[in-house]
Design a protein around this ligand. Sequence first.
Ligand code: GTP
Ligand code: MG
Length: 242
Amino acid sequence: MVDKHRIVLAKEDFSPDECELIKQLAGYDENAADPKAELDRCLYDYLVFQNNYVFASKKLRTDLEILELDYRVQYDHRILKSIDSRIKSVKSICGKLEKKGVPLTLENAAFELSDIAGIRVICYYMRDIYEIKNRLLAQDNVSLLKMSDYIQEPKPSGYRSLHLIVSTSVHLAYKNVEVPVEIQLRTVAMDSWAGLEHVLKYKNPNGVSDEISEQLSDCADVISETDAKMQDIYKSLFGKKL
Ligand code: GTP
Ligand code: MG
């Protein structure tokens, strides 16, 4: 399982470029009497802000890992294949706020962005996506803020995944905070399509033609049919176990 968490516990870990963006986000006071102390204040504020997301993500990852392990014991079934997680970089946070046309502040980042902490769960079967969703939302430390079911209603590109924005409480040293985390759930097949499509579009900054877009969408349809067939095969062989 890949863990791209970056727990920054030392302010020195931020690069000079990141420091400049953090100064903007944390409202660096150009007239401060002690510029070094003011920079330290900004880095500290950002550290505290970022770590809320790191901790929330770690908690949910652990919940998912426990679900996976217990599911294996109870049902002899691998309910998920892998979990990947990432925390949005300072650069991406600022880029997204600029795109939204809102001033770069930590308050705006917290209010406007629900995917600062992101977890991607890859399953073998479509049924397992919904099973994980149900089990996760049944936990009392997890509440649903928003659900986008791009499996039932694929995006025009053909993209399929179940997106959840959940809120989870994190118990810090001196207070509790509620933190939003975006969880994307998809099958191995959906994930391979999304990965390839992303690279193909990313490598064509001017966008791909309508014809290519249509071909990509057709591929997503074929993949979806295959997912449904594989699930039927699994069910016919092992369905009673679940
Ligand atoms: P973002 O600004 O990208 O976060 O979009 P959003 O907040 O409107 O959320 P949405 O649920 O539409 O998409 C969030 C994420 O889903 C993206 O960052 C991608 O990881 C993934 N995604 C959405 N649409 C597509 C698509 O057409 N192709 C691929 N490959 N990924 C997609
Ligand atoms: Mg998003």
